[in-house]
Design a protein around this ligand. Structure first.
Ligand code: AMP
Length: 405
């Protein structure tokens, strides 16, 4: 493995995965004069479209992964469901940041929750469940309501079931039948996320706290700064720094949080990468989460995460195309609105296609503006149904990186 302390502009950054998070990292990297190679099982991807080189291959193909890694100065990843073996092969060929260990912890809920508990961080009560009998005893211990989640490959509420007093546990288990986690119900008031960058020298920069509003279990709108007391912001920052230090993390890490009515925070889950809720930082922070990821994995000093203005981000799912080409001009005629599209050609329902960002003097104003901008997309320029829209919500490949973020 080639380890050098600082990887300078001109070097080649590898990205495992090829979704929108990789795309925005690639844009940040190109701005700083780096070259970008991406590896995933798909072609003409959001990352591939802006990379110098797009390699199509299976994560399980050892020879292909090694060959890809040999051409890099440092490899990073933009989604966490990459087999750890692939990261191990790559680690023998080039520097890999964050480490395979961080990925190993974050890609399986039992390991992640055990790690968080051992680090003394606040989490909901949980039980590991591997058969119907264990599910029954876990429900008896944690009570109802509670949430059953698959241990691996869950995202955006997929692979989850709410357990209530009426649930038929036998049939619930029939639809899971894999290692899962039963979690105590958290009666949260708000959902928050905190993103931290940690450099090779252990220095850290925490982004302003995000307040996240979900729709159908998918992030819908993020408001920054979150409308919470200062103490909650300090606690969130402390949790993020504790996690990053405990994993000896290098790169960008996201902690999803629940805020309880009494002001306490509970950690929901970790993502060892940049995050959908951090997209605002591209336009609204002195250094974006993507540039920060690049700086961290290259051993450069981290930048300031200072928020330039209150901001809100609204996701654009494929549903926005349901009745034809969205009215971009109408949305963009609003001052202080920015549009990001990820270059995906098929606007399937539920698929993350892009996002809007809006600024305001207050975060409420920004949120109002971003919702107004999004609703303007519906004022059709062309009312024909977009033939590219696949109407039914399809189950996405868990090894597809575009699900992340
Ligand atoms: P996750 O995939 O773990 O982020 O969960 C998706 C969503 O389900 C979260 O954003 C919450 O809205 C909800 N959720 C997850 N876990 C719990 C819990 N233990 N109690 C209440 N709601 C939950």
């Amino acid at each position: 493995m080639r380890e050098s302390s600082v990887i300078y502009p001109g070097a080649v950054i590898g990205v495992m995965g090829s979704g929108q998070l990789g795309r925005m990292l690639a844009i940040a990297a190109r701005r700083l004069g780096y070259r970008v190679h991406t590896y995933s099982s798909e072609s003409d991807t959001p990352t591939g479209q802006v990379a110098d080189l797009e390699v199509v291959g299976a994560y399980e193909d050892e020879l292909a992964v090694r060959a890809f890694a040999r051409g890099l100065d440092v490899l990073t990843f933009e989604f966490e469901n990459i087999p750890v073996a692939s990261i191990d092969w790559a680690s023998q060929e080039c520097a890999v940041r964050p480490s395979g260990n961080a990925l190993h912890i974050c890609q399986q809920r039992v390991r992640e929750k055990t790690f968080l508990r051992d680090a003394g961080l606040p989490i909901a009560g949980f039980r590991s469940v591997s058969d119907e009998f264990e599910l029954r005893s876990a429900v008896a211990e944690l009570g109802v309501p509670s949430v059953l989640k698959t241990a691996a490959f869950g995202y955006d509420g997929k692979g989850q079931a709410k357990i209530t007093a009426d649930s038929d546990l036998a049939s619930v288990w029939q639809s899971f039948k894999q290692l899962s986690v039963l979690e105590a119900w958290v009666p949260f008031e708000r959902e928050l996320s905190v993103i931290v960058a940690r450099g090779m020298d252990g220095s850290m920069q925490v982004f302003p706290l995000c307040e996240n509003v979900h729709a159908n279990h998918i992030l819908d709108v993020t408001l920054v700064p979150a409308r919470v007391p200062e103490q909650v912001m300090r606690d969130a920052r402390c949790i993020a720094e504790t996690v990053a230090e405990a994993i000896d993390f290098v790169g960008v890490l996201t902690v999803e949080l629940f805020l309880l009515p009494d002001g306490r925070l509970v950690v929901n889950e970790l993502a060892p990468r940049t995050h959908n809720s951090g997209h605002f930082s591209f336009d609204a922070c002195e250094t974006s989460q993507f540039e920060q990821q690049l700086r961290a994995v290259c051993g450069l000093p981290l930048g300031s995460t200072r928020l330039l203005r209150p901001v809100a981000m609204a996701n654009l799912l494929g549903d926005v195309w349901a009745c034809g080409e969205p009215n971009w001009a109408s949305a963009l005629s609003l001052p202080e609105v920015k549009l990001h599209l990820y270059g995906k050609s098929e606007p399937r329902a539920g698929r993350k296609m892009g996002h809007l960002v809006a600024f305001g003097d207050t975060v409420e104003e920004a949120a109002k503006l971003v919702r107004e901008a999004r609703s303007r997309l519906d004022s059709r320029v062309d009312s024909r149904v977009d033939s590219r829209l696949v109407g039914a919500r399809t189950l996405e490949n868990p090894l597809s990186s575009e699900r992340s973020g």
